[in-house]
Write a protein that binds this ligand. Structure first.
Ligand code: SIN
Length: 584
């Protein structure tokens, strides 16, 4: 008897669109990537529509604590930022993409400042830069202490609000692309929880779509990602014919506050910047965990720290380890006042979150354990955000631009969204397609029941989480077949999201099973070494016509250090701006 095979929907079952509208460009997502794309496109194309699944600031950008990395400090250079990024990426980065990131990053951050973002400054007015894991320089700009993402989001939203030509539809879940005769973008269907004309399923005729919909953390049962991160953009792109690259490289943040084994969904992050300020990890006997593990100790790349914590958790039988930050801000003083003031100024969000959970970081150890944090893989793009589906671009966490490789360097994610959205805005206006009628959609329609969501998350955490091995991944693959077969005829947001979660989980588990090595954030207990001779390259997943997934190994092409020439007029200038008041 042969076992049943995985079958995923080729498009989401949904009612026929009951309303329609038109925009030259639809941007799906409203974090740093989506809003940057919208702001930079709006003066170049006729009409830009931003659609967002919840309210405008409900995505991951708002939650980013640590900051945004760029070579802005004295003595730092894009070259050093490139070197650190490549080391963290464990041989799987695209060097040209990283070069674009680090050389265009500083100017992009200055533009954010000019837009109104208030980064933290030293008393002399220079940018206050800190350090995080894997960085050899202080190069993380932060805002509001540990509220960097929220401040960037605020500034971008203010700019969008000032621009009446950017239209926004909130509470809108993007369902599927409508494709023209040539297989390129003709429109997108949305489900809007709205009132009046735009309520329920509708269609937007458009000439291009920029996917900036964030990550897939909700595939796992504990994640730092907000509830909206259900892999919708990646699943939509896969169904439209795009490639999902390197989904096995899911980053597990080492220091997520441990709230108990039963705690589910979004968990509080304890930023790496806390270790950047001097906190260190300890085990159940109070011994320093990272001593002798890596030359950068507690500031080793994230995968190294997560593995050290997990290893100790397994060997000690404890569900978490601890972060000792009790000495921060004391400067030798015995009383707690200085320490309290330090926490309130430098890490107000984490301080408040700790207190809310009965942990006082001034006097207590903070229980921490790794949890899903970031998808380093995603929709494969070229250096200008193009996905291969004509008219579809991807940027930010949903994309795999090549900058993160097998493990994203801390605080490179906001920067990626910023830089690559700017790049998309450089090329997209010159590539706009004519409006076209959607071709008859021959993709097999389907929908997976929302009832399987909790089972899926538990399965993925158990079998495709931090520690992976062949029997576990094989069990995950078998059980995913059953979860995908749990169909429903009733279209609703729970079923649409669950279908997307199962779709990206299947691609992730398949790639994790195929990659028989340990590299970056992909940790195989049964293949503990990095195997460049066999695995230097990428795993590309495609959805076939019969609803199965095809996985291809694409060896890395060696790239030299020559930057890709920018198109004429491109604002890609690596230099600092010495005349800027906040120049460090
Ligand atoms: C952190 O603050 O530790 C997270 C920063 C990041 O994910 O880059």
């Amino acid at each position: 008897m042969t076992s049943p095979e995985l079958r995923l929907p080729g498009r989401l079952r949904a009612p026929a669109p009951g309303w329609s509208t038109r925009a030259d460009v639809v941007v799906i997502g409203s974090g740093i990537a989506g809003l940057t794309a919208a702001l930079r496109l709006v003066d170049q194309v006729g009409r830009v529509l931003v659609v967002t699944k919840d309210v405008l600031d409900a995505g991951s950008t708002t939650w980013a604590q640590g900051g945004i990395a760029a070579a802005l400090g004295p003595g730092d250079t894009p070259e050093q930022h490139l070197a650190d990024t490549l080391v963290a990426g464990a041989g799987a980065c695209d060097r040209e993409a990283v070069r674009a990131l680090v050389t265009e990053g500083p100017a992009a951050v200055w533009d954010l400042i000019e837009l109104g973002t208030r980064f933290d400054l030293h008393d002399d007015g220079h940018l206050s830069l800190t350090r995080e894991g894997g960085h050899h320089r202080d190069r993380i700009a932060h805002a509001g202490g540990d509220a960097t993402g929220a401040e960037i989001q605020r500034a971008l939203l203010a700019a969008v609000a000032d621009n009446p030509r950017i239209e926004v539809i909130a509470h809108a879940l993007a369902l599927d692309l409508q494709l023209g005769q040539d297989g390129g973008v003709a429109g997108v269907t949305l489900h809007v929880l709205g009132e009046g004309q735009r309520d329920g399923v509708g269609a937007v005729d458009c000439r291009a779509v920029v996917l900036a919909s964030g990550g897939l953390g909700q595939v796992f049962d504990q994640t730092t990602n907000p509830v909206v991160s259900t892999g919708d953009g990646a699943a939509l792109a896969l169904r439209a014919g795009a490639v999902l690259r390197d989904l096995e490289f899911v980053q597990f943040h080492p220091t997520v506050m441990y709230l108990g084994a039963d705690s589910r969904g979004q968990q509080p992050l304890v930023s790496e910047a806390v270790r950047g300020e001097g906190a260190f990890l300890v085990d159940e006997r109070g011994r320093r965990l990272m001593d002798g593990v890596h030359p950068l100790a507690d500031l080793a790349p994230r995968d190294v720290v997560a593995k050290a914590i997990m290893t100790r958790m397994v060997s000690s039988g404890r569900p978490h380890m601890w972060l000792d930050a009790r000495h921060l801000g004391r400067a030798g003083a015995e009383d707690d006042a200085g320490a309290r003031a330090f926490w309130e100024r430098r890490f107000p969000t984490i301080h408040a979150t700790c207190l809310a959970h009965g942990i006082d970081p001034v006097t207590d150890l903070i229980p921490v354990a790794p949890a899903c944090h970031y998808a380093s893989g995603g929709v494969r793009t070229d250096l200008w955000g193009r996905t291969g589906v004509p008219g579809l671009y991807a940027t930010g966490e949903v994309a795999c631009s090549g900058v993160h490789g097998a493990n994203r360097l801390a605080s490179n994610s906001l920067l990626e969204g910023l830089v690559f959205s700017r790049r998309i805005a450089e090329v997209l206006p010159g590539e706009l397609r004519p409006y076209a009628d959607p071709a008859p959609d021959l993709r097999d329609e389907g929908l997976i029941s929302g009832a399987v969501r909790a089972d899926l998350q538990a399965l993925m955490s158990d079998r495709a989480g931090v520690l992976r091995h062949a029997p576990g991944l094989s069990e995950a693959a078998d059980r995913l077949v059953g979860l995908a077969a749990d169909a429903t005829d009733r279209p609703d947001p729970a079923a649409w999201e669950t279908t997307n979660l199962v779709t990206v989980a299947a691609a992730l588990a398949l790639a994790a099973a195929r990659r028989e090595e340990t590299r970056g954030s992909h940790w195989r207990e049964d293949f503990p070494d990095r195997e460049d001779a066999r695995w230097a390259g990428h795993l590309d997943a495609r959805l076939t016509e019969d609803g199965s997934l095809r996985l291809d190994f694409v060896p890395s092409v060696a790239t030299d250090l020559t930057p890709t020439p920018a198109p004429p007029g491109c604002a890609s200038h690596p230099d600092h701006r010495p005349d800027h008041p906040a120049q460090a």
